[in-house]
Design a binder for this molecule. Structure first.
Ligand code: NAP
Length: 627
């Protein structure tokens, strides 16, 4: 830590994180009284609008304390008192954090170190009882690995069945050009295994795959995984109180519990258009990208303008001869100028050298993407304006409309095609740094918003009868998100079939358990997707904690089976449906992958993150029938 290092680092610091991290160097938060509390704006720079004079003062104070810390031999004073930590939380959030959030955020802040965040649920039972409780986990993606490593910690035998040849799930399957995460990476990481060495603020798919592979290796998970194997059917054997899990290899595993971690976005969806399959040239889905097909100089047609197409279109636009992008509904774009940026050197230096800077920065990312934004996507019954669901949602709409308009001042013909008619938040908003519209403005790119009638051997036929010729066809048409757990067959008590029970409208209690399907759990199951707030890894961590708590209940009570009570399950789903109807994504008339065929929102969690955290600390035995 030379003085020059320190000075360079504070220049590039996130000022609110820097200011609160000082508390750990001094042992108190008294200095915060000398600064205005940050005030954040929609899509601001995140520095909290502190006046330049205060920012300069913050930097010099931090530099001074860092030098003093170094000169003391880098010994930290005792941890600041709880009141000081609380003052830091309120300061960095720019708000008095409501009391119910404090325990939840305190855990997220992890001042006791990453070990304390590990998902340990100790099961108090003799080794023989644990050995007699084999678990099958389906899928070795982000959630399945998490389940696996917590089963290692709990000391239960388990097998993970993985259809692919490697771990990583979505980050293995999606290898289209430009694939990357759209949640800040210092948040999109396990709470206990953030190696803080992300090269980019939003990493590309290969880096994410490497991260999950590293977690699998460092926790010895690969030896538990059956690769290249599918679960075809899981059947509850009531006489033996076990699941019989039939694999594509022909083998049948016996398990006391089954945990599905297959996610919501793993089965590619091709459009329901006549002629799909008739195209004469190469055709593939974004999640099955055919890297053997050379696009250079070709006429390429892309169907869809969702999150996947949004990422690969700018990557291929410069190589192809001509690109026709078929859009049914435009996406809202969230301004993110640093979306493709490397982690700045100053940020990395501060993460590496300043105690707790990383924790606070993650905390800030967490808070900014947490429940604060829910208000902007919640319906106001009094509101009657078009294209928005409340005054604040309309304010967001105006800001986002202005943002899109600013990018097409030179191409006014594109403006009406690019402004969504639906309220912000009704579909996934996409992080944008300008490359999408930049690609659409290229002379070799057409954005076609006339409806597609059918696919024909020579290209794409429009409703008008015009055929747009193409050499290669790429489907960016998403996934069968609401068809949870297809194509597996799951048969529960009394021979009841899970898909028949759901009848196209998947429901679960807290997204994890279903009446009639004992000891069967789903991670990222029905109604656990989040649209605007937070990282899905957080949700998986909550689910795994809860599921492990359920296994603990079963084993410690020496019970054979647990299923949620039907009335508990139904009441929960009634609450979920009522709340989803109040959210932007519940807007009638807006189609999205968040809804089932019946139009019910079967994917999304409509409540606050803190509500899921509270609900999943441990299962309440009163919610279950334990036998
Ligand atoms: P998607 O959001 O479901 O988008 C599918 C696109 O295909 C939509 O534009 C849809 O139009 C269009 N489409 C479907 N059928 C069509 C038809 N017959 N004619 C014309 N257009 C048609 O799928 P996705 O882009 O793969 O993304 C799915 C989700 O995966 C995302 O929302 C996100 O959660 C996740 N994802 C995340 C990232 C990331 O983090 N960076 C990247 C990719 C995906 P309509 O809108 O009109 O239905």
């Amino acid at each position: 830590m030379t003085d020059a290092d320190i000075d360079a680092a504070v220049e590039g610091a996130h000022i609110p994180s820097l200011l609160v991290a000082i508390a750990h160097l001094t042992g108190n938060a008294d200095h915060l009284r000398d600064f205005d509390r940050p005030v954040y704006e929609f899509f601001g720079d995140g520095q909290g609008n502190l006046p330049p004079e205060q920012q300069a003062r913050a930097r010099s104070l931090a530099a001074e304390e860092m030098r003093a810390h170094r000169d003391r031999g880098a010994k930290l004073p005792p941890r600041p008192p709880e009141a000081a930590i609380r003052a830091c939380m309120d300061f960095i959030a720019g708000a008095d954090i409501p009391e119910p959030y404090v325990p939840f955020l305190t855990e997220e802040l992890a001042l006791d170190g990453p070990e304390a965040r590990e998902l340990r649920v100790a099961i108090d039972a003799p080794a023989a009882a644990k050995a007699d409780f084999p678990v099958v986990v389906i899928g070795a993606g982000m959630s399945g690995l998490l389940m696996g490593l917590s089963l290692v910690q709990a000391g239960l035998p388990f097998t993970i069945v993985e259809a692919n040849a490697d771990v990583g799930g979505t980050w293995l399957a999606n290898q289209y050009p430009g694939v990357r995460v759209d949640t800040p990476n210092h948040l999109y990481s396990y709470s206990f295994a953030d190696d803080h060495a992300w090269p980019k603020l939003y990493s590309t798919g290969d880096v994410l795959h490497g991260y999950f592979a590293k977690v699998a290796d460092s926790h010895g998970l690969r030896e538990h995984i059956r690769f290249n194997t599918r679960v075809e059917a899981a059947t509850w054997d009531a006489a033996a109180s076990v699941w019989r899990v039939r694999l594509s290899s022909g083998e049948t595993l016996t398990a006391r519990a089954v945990v599905s971690a297959v996610g919501q976005l793993n089965v590619p969806k091709y459009p329901e258009l006549p002629g799909v399959g008739d195209f004469a040239g190469p055709a593939f889905h974004s999640a099955r990208w055919d890297h053997g097909v050379n696009l250079t100089g070709k006429r390429v047609a892309v169907i869809g303008t969702g999150a996947s197409a949004f990422q690969f279109v700018p990557e291929i636009a410069g190589d192809v001869g001509h690109l026709s992008v078929f859009q049914r509904t435009p996406p809202w774009l969230g301004p993110t100028p640093d979306y493709h940026d490397a982690v700045p050197a100053a940020t990395q230096w501060l993460i590496d050298h300043v105690p707790f800077y990383a924790n606070w920065w993650r905390f800030w990312l967490f808070w900014m993407l947490t429940d604060g934004i829910l208000g902007a996507v919640t319906r106001d019954a009094e509101w009657s304006g078009e294209g928005a669901i409340s005054a604040v949602n309309d304010e967001l709409r105006q800001a986002l409309t202005g943002y899109i308009a600013s990018q097409v001042e030179d191409r006014p013909d594109l403006l009406s095609k690019l402004i969504p008619a639906y309220p912000p938040g009704a579909k996934r908003m996409l992080r944008d740094n300008g490359v999408w519209i930049g690609a659409l403005k290229r002379p070799n790119v057409d954005l076609i918003d006339e409806p597609v009638a059918r696919i024909v051997p020579e290209g794409v036929e429009l409703a008008s009868g015009r055929v747009v010729g193409a050499d290669v066809l790429i489907y960016g048409t998403g996934f069968h998100a609401s068809d949870f757990l297809v194509p597996m067959t799951v048969t529960g008590e009394g021979g009841r079939d899970l898909h028949a029970t759901w009848d196209g409208d998947a429901r679960a209690y807290l997204g994890m358990t279903m009446p009639g399907f004992p000891n069967f759990f789903t991670i990222y199951g029905p109604n656990t997707n989040i649209v605007v707030n937070g990282s899905i890894i957080f949700f998986s961590e909550c689910s795994v904690t809860y599921i492990l708590g359920a296994l603990k209940l079963l084993i410690e009570a020496d019970a054979k089976a647990m299923t949620p009570k039907q009335d508990v399950h139904d009441a929960f789903n009634t609450r979920v449906d009522a709340a989803n109807a109040e959210m932007a994504w519940g807007s009638p008339g807006v189609s999205s992958w968040y809804k089932s065929k019946s139009g019910r929102v079967s994917q999304n969690w409509p409540f606050a993150l803190v509500d899921y955290w509270n609900a999943t600390r441990a299962p309440d035995p009163a919610d279950f029938e334990l036998r």
